[in-house]
Ligand binder design. Sequence first.
Ligand code: GLN
Length: 488
Amino acid sequence: MAFDLTVKEAAGRVRDGSISSTELTRACIERIREVDGKVHAVLELDEDEAFAMAAEADRIRSEEPERAAQMPLLGVPIGIKDLLAVRGHSLRCASRMLGNFNSPYDGTAIARLRKAGAIPLARLNMDEFAMGSSNENSAFKPSLNPWDLERVPGGSSGGSAAAVAAREFPATLGTDTGGSIRQPAAFCGCTGLKPTYGRVSRYGLVAFASSFDQIGPLTRNAEDAGLILHAIAGHDPMDSTSVPKPVDDAWLNLNPEIKGMKIGIPMEYRRPELDPVITAAWDEALKKLSSAGAEIVEVSLPHTEYAIATYYILTTAEASSNLARFDGIRYGLRVDGNDPYTLNSRSREAGFGPEVKRRIILGTYVLSSGYCDAYYIKAQKVRTLIRQDFERAFGSVDAIITPTTPTPAFRIGQKSKDPLEMYLSDIFTISSNLAGNCGISVPCGFTDNPRLPLGLQVIGPAFREDTVLNIAHAYQQMTDWHLQFPEL
Ligand code: GLN
């Protein structure tokens, strides 16, 4: 079936002419019609535009072969999280605040996807302004987990993960500020890559916490993640934090040879309260990697216990400042008032959902005079300690392997009343955002009843996406977890 193809297969078949981009796009759209009523991953889709882009891809293939040869993703539809600017389309961040905003331009990652020939298709559901771990904070209907429609797909890129798992798209783009690519990838049984901070330009990404946010792919396997990373990465003058390092051709030809690699297991992550099914899948995966010749050693990340507190101080501080622009005057929903203060507070009251308000209030508090030193400045210092933990560990190992999440996908409503409980679902992912390194989540097993996917996280040093992709690929050569799909 055309909707079953990976990115690599789809691009290969468009190239050799055995399928057209129009057929591929039609297969995606039909699949969305068939299953999206159940998973609610897609917020907006312009079919006419999709077919026009596909027809143009088919024309380039037949009439401009030299140009086509420079377009590795020619004709492949890719779904886009509703936090990324796509020219001429709504950009709502799953919020009422941006109810009728249309983006006048393409963000850099989108422009680069187009340049590689891909078809950026649809706006995908998410937690409002990327704040959340379950998709329940979407101002629209929450996305649901394709493996069990009573469970969450994770968040905040839950729509991007559910869409790949439901085989609506061969791949999607998400963003990861504190696990929002890797955690939903784990919950939905797909592969999700968070590139190193600075690897992919944030131009055209609505900022949540600017020193954490990264764009990355959700795919069926590590090979596809490498292909998409190759298309979207690289320096961009429009984002001063994007790093002038060349994109690495090694991402296009992953090497599954891991013999002699050193893999670290952080002892602080072996928590007694960890779900035994998670520990068992982690151990099983380590056994596999060690039988392929990797050496498994213990490492220590001693400041792990401070990661959640540090993350929720720093990201809320950045969010309170980033979201100040949605004031009913410059940007966002406007509810009139007799004076600017009333207009501003009424607009923000009506436009933002409860979690976004909670974060703005927390962030404003930790930055306020008198508290800034005790919270914000202190958290910055702890962030440095967390980064140093990883630097020290990476002095002796090539990568670190952990579970992606402490539990499998939880039930809708199970954690939504208790924000702290919800925040704990990011315990294994947020440290990499604090430290600025890269990480990938790959499927590593299932629970029994109900059958829910589990995720394995491979964390690498900054700018060693080649290492995490190679290990993930090696693991996927030895296992078939990533080849299993939910019935819908
Ligand atoms: N779940 C985390 C949060 O709520 C992560 C969000 C993200 O990575 N965008 O902040």
